[in-house]
Design a protein around this ligand. Structure first.
Ligand SMILES: Cc1ncc(COP(=O)(O)O)c(C=O)c1O
Length: 376
């Protein structure tokens, strides 16, 4: 609950900790008792529980969401000379992981209404070198994976669900129509660890085995037997224990986010802001609640004066980042107008389960108040 005069942060991890502190402390204490910190009971249990939550046959715990994508591409044999179609309206990690895998990112524009990968643009971007598609379920709103698959028959799809734990599309869980899904458990995520952590889910047992080896120096069986050259991308036991404690609450947290975002939609009606379109087949989990307004910076500043924090996800499209200069990549048609417009006008409003209806009402009233009389 948020009192009328309290500051409203973008995300409130302290409120979450106040609610479940003893469970987290008990989980960490279990690991301290055992003194077993890597690849042990907590990681195995988390993998089983997270796979069940995702309705996926296999979950592989890894060190973070960026590595999750890189390892999936490695395990699929995607590397130098190959192209991976993705979006530029995302966090740098999506494209960075493709580049770290040695492949060439091909960035297409997003749909102007849903803000996720446009299947039409995918069809136009295909070349004989296309080896994977990497849609992002941005803000927790699932991209249309079946439509993307239909636009690129036979090309493996890897879903970046760093922001979409528990989201559903076309009646199935995220991952039901693709080769693999990557997740991030960065602390502020809908399911967040107490440090870096990530996971992959897949229905392909061979891919799962390759990923388990890749994350652990290619080990198989004995400690010093290495089948392939892998890396160290393991999840720490303490993180797995924290994630297990939080996973038990995830369905209720997601339901709270869905309730609060429905209220935002209702309360923001008539404020003159644009909202992300949610297709009738999509069940988003609202990692972020994002509005568009041409005077985004003025709006953010005025909200800050009213003690309301906001964020911008993301202000610079990946294809315009200095990091991409001199690095092999392709931008569909040389320009991504929808991506540019989103970067210039998107504003993330506070969203977290403990925000409460009062918090949403206060933010929405402030948005109305600031924009009343704005010339748009
Ligand atoms: C869309 C997206 N992809 C990938 C990542 C990378 O995850 P991590 O920070 O766990 O490496 C993140 C989160 O930070 C993200 O939001």
């Amino acid at each position: 609950m948020t009192g009328a005069m309290d500051a409203i942060p973008l995300v409130d991890l302290k409120a979450q900790y106040r609610a479940i502190g003893p469970e987290i402390e008990a989980a960490i204490a279990r690991v301290l008792e055992r003194q077993s910190f890597i690849n042990a009971a907590e990681t195995r249990a988390f993998e089983e529980e997270f796979a069940a939550f995702c309705e996926a046959p296999e979950a592989i715990a890894v060190s973070n969401g960026t590595t999750a994508i890189e390892l999936i591409l490695n395990a699929l044999g995607v590397g130098p000379g190959d192209e991976v179609i993705t979006v530029s309206h995302t966090f740098m990690a999506t494209v960075g992981a493709i580049l770290r895998a040695g492949a060439t990112p091909v960035m297409v524009d997003v749909d102007p209404d849903t803000w996720t990968m446009s299947p039409k643009q995918v069809a136009r971007a295909l070349t004989p070198r296309t080896k994977a598609l990497l849609p992002v379920h941005l803000y927790g709103n699932p991209a249309d994976v079946p439509a993307i698959a239909a636009a690129a028959p036979g090309i493996p799809i890897v879903e970046d669900a760093a922001q979409a734990h528990g989201a559903r599309l076309h009646g199935g869980a995220v991952g039901s129509g693709s080769r693999a899904v990557s997740y991030s458990f960065y602390p502020g995520k809908t399911l967040g660890a107490y440090g870096d952590a990530g996971a992959v889910t897949t229905a392909d047992p061979d891919l799962a085995l390759r990923l388990r080896r890749l994350r652990d120096h290619g080990r198989f069986g004995a400690k010093y037997e290495h089948a392939t050259v892998g890396t160290n991308a393991r999840m720490a036991e303490i993180q797995a224990a924290v994630l297990r404690a939080k996973l038990a609450h995830l369905p209720e947290w997601i339901a709270a986010r869905q309730r609060l975002c429905a209220r935002y939609e209702e309360r923001l009606a008539g404020a003159g802001v644009r909202l992300q379109r949610i297709e009738e087949w999509a069940e988003p989990t609202w990692h972020l609640y994002v509005i568009l307004h041409p005077e985004r910076d003025r709006l953010a500043g005025a909200l800050r004066e009213r003690s309301i924090s906001t964020g911008v996800h993301y202000p610079i499209p990946v294809h315009r980042q200095p990091a991409l200069a001199g690095v092999e990549h392709r931008v569909q048609d040389g320009e991504l107008p929808v991506t540019d417009e989103l970067a210039a006008s998107c504003l993330s409003l506070p969203i977290y389960p403990e925000l409460g209806e009062e918090g949403v009402d206060r933010v929405a009233e402030a948005v109305h108040d600031v924009l009343a009389g704005a010339h748009v």
